[in-house]
Ligand binder design. Structure first.
Ligand code: HEC
Length: 357
């Protein structure tokens, strides 16, 4: 709980440094950096030991959370050592662009997402060098945004760049702040809409009320020109995983394919076949086939004792299939199904004749 609170605090801190406190000495920075590096090393070792089986599964999450929390606190302190403190009174408080309440709800939800279900989703992933690079860039962009805010208001281009970097290191609180500010300036910015919508989706794991807001933003992002392929992808994910609507998901992913031209990547192939599977599981014809026919023709009609119905010419002929089911095969190898109603036979015939190799 403490950690969650810490992260909420961290999350809603304004991006722009509004304090003009004296920068602590370089010594303090060096000390903190050493401490940080030592902790990162420790986390790596912990990870390795866990992989080697030296640390129990039951202990690992606690130990990892302990070290990551310490590291987060140190990063927090380091962050406060701004090299050139901005001499300004509180002006633009970018951290609160979402409206304090939304920001708090979102940050709270995100903090919980980070802490509870998967430690690997913590913004801190010390093993990835690129994250450090991005974190450093993020910091220098913060200085630029500070300067812009001082001169009037932060610029959308810079905010988008900042949001992108934060997004890449999975710092969704900062990303949300940046994209939120872009939306305040340009309510129809397609990137910001799509990203904000996705972040709300992540946050909805803790606060289900956010799910519909997320969908609304994502749908808006698909109606702009050019439409957002990311938004279509996430709409599909939401419909599939949270709304139990595999057909809707398939439609959304088809739109994604239209925009990206991605018809064969493993990711989209897997997603679509999962949706098709779930769709057909609720199809009564699939159930009828599974109980009456799959035993001999295979669950995918690929052929076992009986022939492959996907490649059979006879199986594409509705009259033939109807007879086959009603009377069995001439050689009596396949039995008749007098117990099936004509409605069931109708469903089966439609199903079998539509099978593709
Ligand atoms: C006990 C095993 C068995 C079951 C159960 C069974 N079949 Fe068959 N099926 C066969 C065999 C064996 C053949 C090949 C018969 C032959 O040699 O003519 C066949 C042939 C067929 C054919 C013709 C294929 C062709 O290329 O000529 C169709 C269509 C067919 N089955 C559909 C079904 C349907 C639909 C069901 C479920 C209602 C079903 N079968 C259940 C064993 C079975």
């Amino acid at each position: 709980m403490l950690v969650a609170l810490g992260l909420v605090f961290y999350a809603v801190r304004p991006i722009i440094n509004t304090s003009s406190e004296l920068a602590p000495t370089d010594n303090a920075r060096v000390e903190l950096e050493d401490e940080r590096d030592a902790l990162f090393k420790q986390i790596k070792e912990l990870e390795r030991d866990h992989k080697l089986g030296l640390i129990e599964d039951s202990d690992y999450p606690r130990l990892r959370l302990r070290d990551e929390t310490r590291a987060a606190l140190i990063l927090e302190k380091l962050e406060d050592l701004a090299p050139a403190p901005v001499q300004t009174r509180r002006r633009t408080s970018l951290g609160f662009v979402l409206g304090s309440l939304t920001a708090l709800a979102l940050a709270g939800a995100l903090a919980n997402v980070f802490v509870v279900p998967g430690l690997e989703r913590l913004a801190l992933r010390p093993q990835e060098a690129k994250d450090y690079e991005n974190a450093a860039k993020l910091k220098s962009l913060e200085a630029v945004l500070n300067a812009q805010a001082k001169a009037g208001s932060a610029q959308a281009v810079t905010l988008l760049e900042y949001g992108q970097l934060a997004w890449e290191i999975q710092d969704y609180n900062r990303a949300a702040n940046a994209y939120g500010e872009v939306l305040r300036q340009e309510p129809k910015n397609v990137t910001a809409l799509a990203r904000y919508g996705q972040i709300l989706f992540f946050a909805s794991a803790q606060d289900p009320k956010l799910l519909d807001q997320s969908l609304a933003l994502l749908r808006a992002a698909t109606k702009l020109k050019p439409p957002s392929s990311e938004a279509w992808m996430t709409i599909g994910n939401i419909l599939f995983s949270s709304k139990n609507d595999p057909q809707g998901a398939l439609n959304a992913w088809k739109e994604y394919q239209k925009i990206t031209g991605d018809t064969g990547s493993p990711r989209i192939t897997q997603l679509m076949s999962a949706a098709r599977k779930r769709l057909s599981a609720s199809d009564p014809a699939v159930k009828l086939f599974a109980t009456n026919c799959a035993g001999c023709h295979g669950s995918e009609a690929q052929g076992q004792i009986g022939p492959n119905l996907r490649t059979s010419k006879n199986a594409q002929n509705a009259a033939f299939v109807t007879n086959q089911i009603k009377f069995g095969s001439k050689n009596k190898k396949m039995p008749a199904f007098p117990q099936l109603s004509s409605a069931d036979i109708g469903l089966l015939v439609k199903y079998v004749t539509a099978l593709k190799p």
